[in-house]
Design a protein around this ligand. Structure first.
Ligand SMILES: Nc1ncnc2c1ncn2[C@@H]1O[C@H](COP(=O)(O)OP(=O)(O)OP(=O)(O)O)[C@@H](O)[C@H]1O
Ligand SMILES: [Mg+2]
Length: 242
């Protein structure tokens, strides 16, 4: 039996009159790479934030790893990479990783191993002692990803993890996500790249705060009678419009 590590029930977030996330019912199984796609402003970031308790939902509820959000007991088993930069530019790459590891009370031995692997994955081993302020935009982004993963979370939310990252490294990131998946970890990410969306096990298509379609990339394309996910999205968006 598959275990659902993310479950939301009619999860809704309003900003005044605006319904940024509308009655979201979601179930994400362990060991899955789940991709949220949709245009700018469709509610992907807000959905991730209410799902993991960083924003209080207006109504509805969410459970992560079998604990009601906002979680306390399982917080160290969850990772989050925000869309906006959330690392310290006046610290080095190493100091940032150490800081995040410290927040999760990692042991020194575990941290050293994790740091080595992650620096390799983000291809910044030689910049370990550079101040983050001196790195390029894409490099900062890579450090931010490593910080979200340093404590070896079993469920990780990555909001546009590959934006601004060069194609070769993007491929490296996806190989790493596949490794996480085969280690039984669950990855929930957002992306605007359709070549990435097709690599997800399950894709959720959002539009105007609503989940308009969800399924494997193949099933979504088949149901829409299209050969690309982009066209499948457009077909679903059209169907939903009045
Ligand atoms: N703090 C806030 N206050 C008011 N409105 C907000 C706030 N955060 C988001 N919104 C609005 O909620 C809607 C959804 O925004 P959100 O950031 O979730 O979209 P997104 O799908 O992540 O977009 P993008 O692809 O650009 O990252 C937008 O209309 C946005 O303007
Ligand atoms: Mg966003």
């Amino acid at each position: 039996m598959t275990e659902d590590v993310v479950v939301t029930n009619a999860l809704t977030k309003r900003f005044g009159e605006l319904v940024a996330v509308s009655s979201l019912d979601l179930k994400i199984s362990r060991g899955v790479v789940y991709g949220l796609i949709g245009p700018n402003g469709s509610g992907k970031t807000t959905a991730i934030k209410v799902m993991n308790g960083l924003l209080r939902a207006t109504s509805g509820s969410a459970r992560l790893l079998d604990e009601e959000v906002p979680v306390r007991g399982v917080i160290h088993r969850i990772g989050y990479m925000p869309q906006e930069m959330a690392i310290y530019t006046d610290l080095t790459v190493h100091e940032n990783l150490e800081l995040f590891a410290g927040m999760y009370s990692m042991s020194r031995g575990n941290f050293e191993g994790a740091e080595k692997d992650l620096l390799e994955m983000i291809d910044l081993a030689e910049r370990r002692d550079s101040l983050v302020a001196t790195l390029s935009g894409g490099m900062k982004h890579r450090v931010s990803l490593a910080c979200a993963l340093v404590h070896d979370p079993e469920l990780v939310f990555l909001d546009e993890p590959t934006v601004g990252v060069d194609p070769e490294l993007r491929k490296g990131f996806w190989d790493y996500f596949a490794e996480l998946k085969s280690a039984g970890k669950t990855v929930v990410l957002t992306t605007h790249y359709m070549d990435e969306a097709v690599r997800c096990d399950i894709v959720g298509m959002m539009r105007l705060g609503e989940m308009i379609a969800e399924g494997t990339p193949e099933s979504l394309m088949k149901a829409a009678g299209t050969t690309t996910l982009e066209d499948a999205f457009l077909a679903n968006a059209k169907e939903g419009s009045v």
